[in-house]
Design a protein around this ligand. Structure first.
Ligand SMILES: Cc1cc2nc3c(=O)[nH]c(=O)nc-3n(C[C@H](O)[C@H](O)[C@H](O)COP(=O)(O)OP(=O)(O)OC[C@H]3O[C@@H](n4cnc5c(N)ncnc54)[C@H](O)[C@@H]3O)c2cc1C
Length: 454
């Protein structure tokens, strides 16, 4: 067993862990980053599949994500805008395809009024929520005891309005059905992006991409850290407490023992329990980590010889709460003559299609895309499904959220260190929650706390 001594050992080479490492090294501390996979980036992963460059994990950057934008600038990475010229598509309950511009879907006037009213109401509530401490809202407990679906029912009896508003948080963000998370959790999701209106606005939330893919952020950070990053090193055990000299920690992998003053767990909180702790974590952590679970979404990539939908005057942006792919976009790469569509199949719909054979699933998903874009969508030259549910070191997508009542009950302790053990991950961010921006913020925060000796 190789032994390394360092100031801080970091578990996980995603955006959070690598940011923390970068900040600590800049302040003169020694670090070792242990990564289970044979690559860095975690949920950021750009790969070439059958000749097509695909962003298998996170990819979009929105204008409010200043921590991510600063990091892109530091690494000299360029961005480009998502294609958005032309009309968007909405499919209604009867399966009728309607074209529209702007943010509000082409629904009957009464439903439109209800949607606008719900957006205003949610914006008002979200403005009262501090994303860094949603549990501090005077009605936090009350809002955490009611599911988002139920809360919507208390606001309007218009089902199409509820389905559309529900979709922005449920299928599109937390990737859980809207009966499975609370109104408070929904408000946190919106507050983390500045407002509910920002979430509804695809041109805001899905504004830009990085030339060459967003995985270049962790790749660039890791390159600067050099040999401090060790791949293929799954941390199995963390020893801490009085038995460890200097009350520090020892992080143990199959071949390494890293002795340090502090450890940062920069992994999704649902994976904390994959590691054994000696002595065990305190009761509060044992309990609270059980109340978090990953959402689940399939990100579908379909590449065509040309972006044919543009010739038909379509932007590529398409939504429907009644479709298997509830949202889909033009995802053509920078300077690529081919056209790429990206669609999303979320939560229970994703469960459903995974009971089918690979071919049947592909046929169902492409059929859904063809409802938006026409028959040409049925025959891509490259087709790929990002299935993060099968990834041992992630186990879902996009990120983790609390079960009903969990946010008000446990949220305040999620980022609280336990002795020398610190936590950092996008899944525990306030601003930038569930996004790369949040991962970077959490990496910065934990590094700052360690440097301050907290
Ligand atoms: C399909 C998909 C689409 C997304 N789209 C966007 C988007 O467009 N924009 C956006 O901003 N965000 C998006 N996200 C979310 C974003 O990718 C994540 O929030 C962010 O990358 C998480 O970074 P992290 O460092 O907190 O965690 P992770 O990236 O999960 O990194 C954790 C790392 O820890 C490692 N690890 C786990 N356990 C151990 C162990 N025991 N020992 C050693 N290593 C371990 C893992 O292998 C991993 O590398 C998307 C995510 C997915 C999956």
């Amino acid at each position: 067993m190789e032994r390394i001594d360092t100031d801080v050992v970091i578990v996980g080479a995603g955006a959070a862990g690598l940011t923390a490492a970068t900040k600590l090294v800049a302040a003169g501390r020694s670090v070792v980053v242990l990564e289970a996979r044979d690559r860095v980036g975690g949920r950021l992963w750009t790969d070439t599949i059958e000749g097509a460059m695909l962003e298998i994990g996170g990819q979009w950057v929105s204008p409010d994500q200043d921590a991510l934008i600063e990091t892109l600038d530091e690494l000299g990475l360029e961005t480009y805008s998502r294609y958005r010229e032309g009309e968007n598509v909405y499919i209604d309950k009867k399966g009728e395809r309607r074209l529209f511009e702007g943010e509000i879907f082409p629904v009957p006037a009464k439903t439109e009024g209800e949607i606008v009213g719900l957006i205003e109401k949610l914006d008002e509530l979200v403005a009262q929520i501090d994303p860094d401490e949603p549990w501090a809202h005077p009605k936090a407990k009350e809002l955490d005891e009611i599911s988002f679906a139920h809360w919507l029912e208390t606001q309007t009896d218009d089902e199409e309005a509820r389905l559309n508003i529900g979709m922005f948080i449920a299928g599109a963000m937390l990737t859980k059905p809207d009966h499975a998370f609370s109104a408070l959790q929904a408000l946190l999701m919106a507050a983390s992006a500045g407002s509910f209106s920002n979430l509804v606005d695809a041109d805001f939330i899905l504004d830009k991409r990085v030339v060459g893919g967003l995985q270049q952020v962790p790749l660039g950070l890791a390159e600067r850290l050099g040999e401090r990053v060790r791949l293929g090193q799954a941390v199995r055990t963390i020893r801490w407490g009085t038995d460890v000299p200097g009350a520090g920690v020892v992080a143990v992998t199959d071949t390494l023992e890293v002795h340090a003053a502090r450890v940062i767990l920069a992994v999704p909180p649902i994976l904390f329990s994959r590691i054994s702790y000696d002595p065990p974590l305190p009761r509060r952590q044992h309990q609270l980590h059980q109340h978090l679970s990953m959402g689940f979404v399939i990100k579908v990539h379909a590449v065509y010889e040309t972006p044919f939908w543009r010739d038909a005057g379509l932007s590529g942006t398409a939504f429907s709460p009644y479709e298997l792919c509830h949202e889909s976009y033009d995802n053509t790469n920078h300077d690529d003559p081919r056209g790429t569509l990206v669609g999303f199949v979320s939560d229970e719909e994703a469960d459903g299609v995974f009971t089918l054979s690979t071919e049947e699933r592909k046929a169902r998903i492409l059929e859904s895309l063809s409802h938006y874009y026409g028959e040409q969508a049925l025959t891509p030259v490259v087709y790929y499904e990002s299935d993060w549910g099968s990834e041992e070191w992630t186990r879902g997508a996009y990120a983790a959220s609390f079960d009903m009542g969990g946010l008000a009950r446990y949220g305040a302790d999620l980022r609280t260190p336990v002795g020398p053990i610190h936590f950092a991950c996008s899944d525990m961010a306030g601003k930038g929650y569930q996004h790369v921006d949040g991962a970077i913020r959490m990496g910065r925060l934990v590094a700052a706390k360690i440097l301050e000796g907290r």
